[in-house]
Design a protein around this ligand. Sequence first.
Ligand code: MIG
Length: 687
Amino acid sequence: MIKKYSFGRPMDTDAVVQSLPPESEPLPYFTLTRTGQGVSLSLALSPDEVLFGLGESVRGINKRGFRYRSWNSDVFNHTESTESLYASHNFLVFFSPERLLGLFLDDPGPVTWDLGYTRSDTAVITSEFGDLDIYLLEEDSLPALARAFRRLTGRSYLPPRWAFGYIQSRWGYASEQEVRAVVREHRARHIPLDAVCLDIDYMVDFKNFTWKPDAFPDLKAFSRDMKAEHIRLVPIIDAGIRTEEGYAPYDSGKAGGYFCRKEDGSDFTAAVWPGMCAFPDFLRDDARAWFGDLYRPLLDAGIEGFWNDMNEPALFYTDGTVSKAFRRAEELQKGSVDYEAMWFLKDAFNSIANNMDDYRSIYHFPDGKPVRHDRVHNLYGAFMTRASAEGFRRYDPDRRFLLFSRSSFIGAHRNGGVWQGDNFSWWSHLKMALQMLPNLNLCGFLYTGCDLGGFGCNVTEDLLERFLQLGVFTPLMRNHSALHTRDQEIYRFSTWEIMRDTVSVRYALLPFLYSEFMKAALMDGMYFRPLAFDYPEDPRAVRTEDQLMLGECCMIAPVLEQNASGRYVYLPEDMLMIRFRSAADYDLVPLGRGDHRIDLKLNEFPLFVKKNHPVLLCAGGESSALLDDRRLTAVCRMDRDVAYDLYRDDGISPSPDLEKSLSRVSISADAASGSAVPGVAISEVLL
Ligand code: MIG
């Protein structure tokens, strides 16, 4: 059951697809306080209450015990104490033996989530501007609640099937030759690969929708050659448009009046990578239509996937913030040089980027009337994603395109995926990536993953290998790293063979993982879930922070620590462990409910599977297009006849038919008798 309560003057954020009449009764359960224009909701938490949600945010799967703030931010340097990341996903679930309640704040402005921070027994959620719709969801189980929320906000984005292949990316690839060399190194060593991302260096002066004529002389031919090798190119697009007369996207944007304005009506400009930029007013339908069409030359060149960046929007500086900092420096120079003056000096320069005064000086015109940016800040990335997705649909309504964004808001999950932002090559960020996944799924973002190996800092061989072992299971499996960091392609490392074997497991599992993903997406389910969703009455499972349910029947438990020779895993029920070394090399170990210490050498990682649920493996291959998903090996711990409906489709059709895409795989009980591992069947399946 979903109920809506309106406060102030809510605007259409595109988050919700079901229109409900607002209730006339006051909001139940919460104590409401008005603070200036804001609205605060507070709720007493019982000691055993856990909180799920908030999608992209730091810390645990259970969000209790910290304060988060919805304010989309470019935070290269994020840690455990960072309150705001790149996205705002204002959905939270309260779960205890006494309560199951979903709370969605459809609020495009800043929201603070004090979840047992000020007082450990109280949640206080504050909408700073107070113009919002609040939705309360009540269902009788966690999965039902998640499904109800998805119905409210719409079906998750479907990427093309090739987007489940391994993707290599790096900030710095500057020419066709360089990209060809990356592909060659992968193919020569039989490291599977489906796509290479092009970062900002492919553009002329970092200008969107351009590509360097010398470095990429014939993008169409290049893209065609790559596709012949089953490789897709995935270029980046940033939010800002350089203010340069004669640069077509700027000229057409200016002529159409599609850019965000300042109070005096002139275009708001700020510097980002290309230098001074204007910012498309994605909240306007006409500006979105214009921007979406700017992708055409790239689409015409055969490009089928993009990543949208810098769309919080990130602002390096404006003329205003720079001159203010200089003025402050001059003032300070007049006084004595002491430590205090030095702090002020530092602060003055640190506030040049992503400055609140700048965000307050931007205006959008969603329907002709001005709306100040800070009131709708968290929508910007989501509406950029929408502009792109709408453009792709106009370009070719019969195809799925790959699209993932850095910034997002609930609603954007219908139009694209997200990557988890600029992580570091840290073990703690490997754990953070894992913990973010189920909450992103709960908020609708199924197609997601982190920068494998870590974006900032220098990775080590073992860390990359452990990142890849998580990446085997994340829908977006992309190795990405920052300029000036250590080379991070698999083939750069002495242990490249074990990394290749790890990626080969992804390809062996790809038809199965794709099936699990598509079923979750098409049935408004979750691909990754907290264990609580499957074992709500098991307090151990409810509080498990380093294992995830995957699809209908699997559980993952990656190694998250350096120099570990294994880890403890909690099994809420009897399962089969598949300990992988490669696509063809794995152990099958039936384990009972309870705690287990699992030995896992650096090249080993486990997948746990519930009883009587098969996992399907194909022979593997070097590209998703080359996998044979009709000839599979079913592995199953079983004590009765079992069946699995494998989802298969053409991988690009935007409106697949779930029923028609299922092929039934049946295994009879006797398949497990007389097998090498008692009770575990290994059967060949032909479809
Ligand atoms: O200011 O395009 O998160 O993935 O490599 C940095 C360069 C801009 C941030 C993205 C990152 C990308 C980088 N971008």
